[in-house]
Design a binder for this molecule. Sequence first.
Ligand SMILES: Nc1ncnc2c1ncn2[C@@H]1O[C@H](COP(=O)(O)OP(=O)(O)OP(=O)(O)O)[C@@H](O)[C@H]1O
Ligand SMILES: [Mg+2]
Length: 264
Amino acid sequence: MMHERISTIPSNPIFRADDLEVTYRSSRGPTKALEHFSTTLAKGEFLSILGPSGCGKSTLLKVAAGLLLPSSGVVELDGHPITGPRRDVGIVFQQATLLPWRTVLDNVMLPIRTLGMDAKAGLIRARSLLHLMGLENFERHYPHELSGGMQQRVGIARGLVHDPSLLLMDEPFAALDAMTREHMMVELQRIWMEARKSVIFITHSIPEAVFLSTRVLVLSPRPARIIKDVAIDLPLPRTQETLASPHFGEICGELRAMFSHDRK
Ligand SMILES: Nc1ncnc2c1ncn2[C@@H]1O[C@H](COP(=O)(O)OP(=O)(O)OP(=O)(O)O)[C@@H](O)[C@H]1O
Ligand SMILES: [Mg+2]
């Protein structure tokens, strides 16, 4: 069974949004992407966000990353208003957005350089993340020499290299093949559990969201509002057996039903 989350406010949320609204303005007129959006993320939570294409998920992540200012409402990290990018936040974009003139290793090292962190320690971490991503033999390659899925894995390594406490991930596994995707899912869970990170994870995959998350938000079509906030009570760590368990299938089924209901 899924449990509807009772809206208790955690004492020290790492992320908080209160009545958030984002309206894009262009010559073609305004587009409201988020509306009355309120939620909190407790430290250590793994929150996945599911919602129809174009509803406002990437918009939410950009606001959380400090790359986009909200039109109104409150957004806070660790109790402080978000006014720009922060060093304890890592972001993996929907597109890999690598610098084409830099090697794979230099792309992964970018946060270390821009944040002025210790280069030696950064290099060790960058190399171990590239190894984890199965890219140890591509350090000196340039992005155009890699496949889309490989570029995306470089983007994931870059998002993790400075060891951020909050990870914002926008469909990071979408470009990966099924086998790599399952492997990445297990690795991400391990990183999350070992380092006690907080994660906001956007995906279109219901099984991926259920496997990884302690909580799942389901968003409405644009402008995105929260239509469900569901705690996932599967025991941790989740494994191959979890994927095959009836309870896992049940939760996925209930979430899937929510979507088909929504479309009517
Ligand atoms: N820079 C922008 N200027 C104007 N409108 C924008 C801008 N970025 C996004 N939008 C609009 O805001 C809405 C939400 O976009 P967003 O990228 O947040 O959706 P999404 O939920 O991430 O979609 P997808 O699942 O396809 O990635 C869309 O209607 C989009 O056209
Ligand atoms: Mg998006």
